[in-house]
Each structure stands twice: as C-alpha cells, then as structure tokens.
Design a protein around this ligand. Structure first.
Ligand code: ADP
Ligand code: MG
Length: 237
C-alpha cells in the first residue's frame, strides 16, 4: 500500500474511495496480473503505445476490479483507452446477446472518433463495435442484432429507444465520456433517459471528464455505487 501511494505520487494520481486497486506499472501487467489476451498488447504496440498514461494506470485496474469509476484527466491524456481497454477485456466472456456496452459521447464527431479507436483496440478479437447512425436507427432492428459495444450521442440513442429500435436491458457497461461537455450541451435529460433504459442491476457505470464541476460530481455520487474517484493533476484545470 505504501508502494501504491508512491506510484500515485509519481504520476500525480489522486484517488478517493475504499480499497482502490494498485495502479498499473506497465501494459504488460494487463497480462501478468489480469490475463488479458495477447491481441490487446499487440494492438497497443502497433499503435505505438509503450506505457500507460496516468489515467490509464489507475482507471483500468479500478474498472477491471468491477468497481464504478468517475475520472477527471486533462484533454489528450488517453481517457478513451482508459475505459475501452477494461471494457473489451471484460466483454471477452460472452454471457448474453444484444447490446453489452454503451459509450455516450457529446457529439457525432467524437462518437465516430471513439468508434474508430475502439475498433483499433479490439482488432483481433471477435467483438463487434457499432456507431449509432441515422441509417442504423431507420433500417435495422437493433434488438435482433448482436453488438458488443455501441457508441452514440445521447440524442440518437434516446431516439432509438423511443422508437423501440433498441433494447438496453442487458447492457453491462455504460460510459459517459467527456461528461462536462455532455452537460454543457444541455444533454442531461437525454442522458437520464438512457441511464434509466440500461436497467440491468449489475451494470458498471463510469464517467470520464476533462473537468469535474460540482454538477458532474453530484451526478456521479447520486447515481453510482461504491464508486472510486480518480483525478489526475488538479480537479478543474
Ligand atoms: P482524451 O480523451 O483524454 O482527451 P484520447 O483518449 O483522445 O484523450 O487520447 C489522446 C491521444 O493519445 C490519442 O491520439 C491516443 O491514441 C493517444 N494515446 C492514448 N493512450 C496512449 C498511450 N498509452 N501512449 C501513447 N499515446 C496514447
Ligand atoms: Mg476523450
């Protein structure tokens, strides 16, 4: 535990919550500690990622241990991998059909970008990653389609739920990405609607943000269970 706090100090990681898991020293620990499949480490190598960023060091073990998480780290610090990596490691065990994980992004551009990154990281696995598009809502009955990870804006997902095009009752992981932007854009009602539709009681929620204003922190404390808070550097810079 002394060792944990030295590591956190070194990488400017601040945590609160009970029994916070040890930060990662390297990506190799994903295999030695958590038995990840080798395709994942290969993908990181191919992408030129040599070592985890601070947010990845702490958020990945938190999510892999099945804890909910709300995290704040600066723009460009690798938050996408911090939630995608544990998600695809956990989804390996195919326990159910339907949509198994949802990532909400503030804009269509960010959703498209996150989908691309997600696919790059899942390359070599059999996981299916889908971007919610207008066509997808119009043409496909998503409840009959297998999809491991669905990436969407809150507006499009809300629309799909209202049109009964989609069933989110089996979702095991829900991520609110760029949470401060989701709020700035006034998407709280849509987020609430999606969160309610993801009714699986054992769902793991996480929230990632570049800043952690009080309203984001309030939402996290209100809606999450036994969550770990991870802050890299200072809270609102
Ligand atoms: P954020 O969401 O925190 O703004 P991103 O997840 O978009 O940041 O990542 C920013 C950039 O850093 C991306 O180009 C991503 O591919 C790259 N990146 C992510 N993790 C690593 C890593 N461990 N090493 C090097 N580059 C990384
Ligand atoms: Mg991001």
């Amino acid at each position: 535990l002394e060792e944990d706090s030295l590591l956190r100090k070194k990488y400017n990681i601040h945590v609160s919550g009970s029994n916070v898991p040890t930060p990662l020293q390297s990506f190799a620990e994903l295999n030695s500690r958590y038995r990840c499949e080798l395709y994942l480490l290969n993908n990181f190598t191919e992408l030129g990622f040599q070592e985890p960023t601070p947010i990845q060091r702490q958020a990945i073990p938190v999510l892999l241990s099945g804890r909910e998480c709300f995290a704040c780290a600066p723009t460009g610090s690798g938050k996408t991998l911090a939630f995608v990596c544990p998600m695809i490691m956990k989804l390996k065990h195919r326990l159910s059909t339907g949509i198994r994980a949802v990532i909400l992004c503030p804009t269509r551009e960010l959703a498209a970008q996150t989908t691309r990154e997600c696919k790059r990281m899942a390359y070599g696995s059999k996981l299916c990653v889908l971007l919610m598009t207008k066509d997808l809502i119009r043409n496909a009955d998503l409840s009959k389609r297998h999809c491991d990870v669905l990436v969407s804006t809150p507006l499009r997902l809300e629309l799909a739920i209202r049109k009964k095009r989609i069933d989110l009752t089996r979702v095991e992981y829900l991520v609110l990405d760029e949470c401060d932007k989701l709020f700035e854009l006034g998407l709280l009602k849509q987020i609430d609607y999606v969160v309610k539709a993801c009714s699986n009681p054992s769902i793991i929620r996480s929230l990632f943000s570049a800043t952690l204003p009080d309203y984001v922190e309030d939402l996290a404390r209100r809606s999450m269970h036994d969550a770990v808070r991870v802050i890299i550097g200072r809270k609102n810079t």
